[in-house]
Ligand binder design. Sequence first.
Ligand code: SAH
Ligand code: SF4
Length: 384
Amino acid sequence: MDDTSGPGKSLCGASKPALDAALLSAGVSEKQIKMRRQQIWSWLYAHGVAEFDAMHNVAKAVRAGLAENFTLDRLTTADAQYSDDGTRKWLFRLADGHEVETVYIPEADRGTLCISSQVGCTLACSFCHTGTQKLVRNLTATEITGQLVAARDALNDWPTGGASNTGARKITNIVMMGMGEPLYNTDNVIEALNVMSDGDGLALSRRRITLSTSGVVPDIERVGAEAGVMLAISLHAVRDNLRNELVPLNKKYPIAELLDTCRAYPGLSNARRITFEYVMLKGVNDSDADARELVRLLAGIPAKINLIPFNPWPGSPYACADRDRIEAFADIVNRAGYASPVRTPRGRDIMAACGQLKSESVKETAAARKMAELEARKLHRPIA
Ligand code: SAH
Ligand code: SF4
């Protein structure tokens, strides 16, 4: 649970235990805590209210007690960018000055918010931009949920705002695929997922939440058992020697062990499949033999295969596989009976696509920074 004591601490994103602790410290009696928490929960997460005083059914004294030590401050929007394709990317500044990125991807039948779990990432996958940024710290559960609240604000996606009361929301899906490895921050991520999926508040269906991991084997089962969300595995290679290079965590948890853990994922069925992500790197992992081996490896696991065209970043050592190569690869996988959508890169022009996220605390070369800035500038608009 987050530490929510002390003046100025924001409760925007807080879990039930964190809210209970705040209410207790504001002088609410044990007997009344549950009732007050339910009221506040609804204001915060069903209505998006940003001031204690707007919570009409909460006694004035309780509101005042809370306001003495807490705020409902949102994450600060340090920057917002808009892609040609409608993708939006926010740079959120945390209370201690660190920054994370959050991306919104609108599609015809859904709107997906891609949320970060850490500032940077320690895992250093060789094809990932975030991996070149040294980890600054884990996000708190409040900061993880806070990204969803801030995005709903920015998109006017509360029922009292532009969104309809009938449930037509702009953000319908969540992917834990932003900066960081969610299962190196498992406690806070699970706590946040349980806030986001609570039916009396933010109410995102657990089936519409997907957590992506590079393969932190010991924590995978917990995600299914304690959060009940969908799982995605960043596989990217079918042989340990190559996966060791691309996803160095593989040295600790090799492919066979990872797949055994997947087979035991709670709730796994044909209706609830695991997504295997596979980034298409030219001449590295994109051969027909790789595709056939992928099919062989996944036999018996209810799976979807998501082929991701590699998204380049300044200084990246790879190129994206050619289009016809990706199609040939997808063909083999499809013929084996797997749905294998090729992920359309979204928001590349603002460096918002998979693996391109990275905040400022970076040791980039001046030239690389310049290139990223040039790419971003043409579509960059000031925050509304
Ligand atoms: N750390 C987690 C979640 C964040 S990454 C994980 O690794 O799963 C989200 C997805 O983007 C992962 O599948 C990751 O492997 C992929 N990715 C990273 N860099 C990429 C790049 N440059 N191009 C395409 N996909 C990339
Ligand atoms: Fe970290 Fe995931 Fe990037 Fe690997 S792909 S460096 S685990 S964010």
